[in-house]
Design a protein around this ligand. Structure first.
Ligand code: RIB
Ligand code: CA
Length: 313
């Protein structure tokens, strides 16, 4: 089967970095047409820089990187240096990028790419706030029905919030954008904290990354050594949750995940629960299902795939 054509929309972020590396290591499964940076974990200038650092770490400098929106649709940017560090990629010491940033705005790249391909052949993979994707849908409503699928990391239901008591970071940063995406009618697969908090980089798993002995393996281990602090301190987790790589792994091995096709709506008015993804898991509302909301993962299978693919770079 031909590899899926994807656009990765991202706010690197150590876990975004691993998701991008997994994609770039899997050309038989995914064809990365471009990487679009968005403001999120750190400001746009850094996410656009970090995306290029990761492409160079993977030795894939032919993948075009675009800068997108530098703030949410209707509110101030909230960042997460407390999780990812000042650079957004704290942990390893990686060189500044040499590859250029594309001139074109990320939103225009998304619009142009979907318009230029047959309907149902482009998958959007948002790993950060949904500002770029929502802006593209607002600016070019014609592309909505052309998108094959959106596979995103964001939201939470049983796991509740990681930035507020009720909201997950990606949705919280731009709830208006998330509301547009979830109401778009596009076929959506969601990787919420409910599943990503089961994809923990335990010490044996991180040792396996380091034991690859390659620049990529060592860098991923060092990113994890830094990134795990937040979750270990807050949740007492056994390791860092690899949120965003769940998106890429789903494209390669969807069988690693289980969930339910349910209605998911986003809170955009209550300050108390702003950005909450209200997943009708028990189907009590009668609202039409609009998302495949994942709840479980074969974690050993996930880490086996990830380690095997990272070894290729
Ligand atoms: O809440 C986790 C999400 O927020 C991940 O995508 C992480 O990279 C941050 O963007
Ligand atoms: Ca992210």
């Amino acid at each position: 089967m031909a590899p899926r054509k994807i656009i990765i929309d991202t706010d690197p972020g150590q876990d975004d970095a691993v998701a991008i590396l997994l994609a770039l290591a899997s050309p038989e499964d995914v064809d990365v047409l471009g990487i679009t940076a968005v403001a999120g974990n750190v400001p746009l200038e850094l996410t656009a820089k970090n995306a290029r650092i990761i492409c160079e770490l993977a030795g894939k400098t032919d993948v075009p990187v675009f800068a997108g929106c530098d703030r949410p649709l209707g509110r101030d940017l909230v960042t997460a240096e407390h999780v990812h560090g000042k650079t957004g990629l704290d942990g390893p010491s990686l060189p500044d990028p040499q590859m250029p940033l594309q001139e074109q705005h990320a939103v225009d790249f998304i619009i142009e790419t979907v318009r230029a391909h047959d309907t149902g052949t482009i998958t959007l993979c948002p790993l950060g706030p949904l500002t770029n994707v929502a802006t593209a849908f607002q600016r070019a409503p014609d592309i909505v029905e052309k998108v094959q699928q959106i596979v995103l990391m964001g939201g939470a239901y049983f796991e509740v919030g990681n930035i507020t008591p009720t909201a997950e970071f990606n949705i919280y940063v731009d709830p208006e954008a998330a509301d547009i995406v979830f109401k778009s009618g596009v076929d959506i697969v969601v990787m919420p904290l409910d599943v990503t908090h089961k994809a923990l980089v335990t010490k044996p798993r991180n040792d396996a990354f380091r034991a690859l002995g390659t620049p990529v393996g060592v860098a991923v281990a060092e990113m994890t050594d830094f990134f795990e602090r937040f979750d270990k301190e807050k949740y007492g987790s056994a390791g860092a949750p690899l949120h965003d790589p769940c998106v890429t792994a789903y494209l390669i091995r969807p069988d690693l995940f289980t969930g339910r096709h349910v209605n998911v709506e986003v809170e955009t008015s209550s300050d108390l629960t702003m950005g909450m993804t209200v997943a009708d898991w028990w189907r009590v509302t009668g609202r039409p299902a609009n998302a495949m909301f994942m709840g479980d993962i074969d974690a050993d299978g996930f880490f086996g795939l990830l380690t095997e693919r990272l070894a290729r770079l």
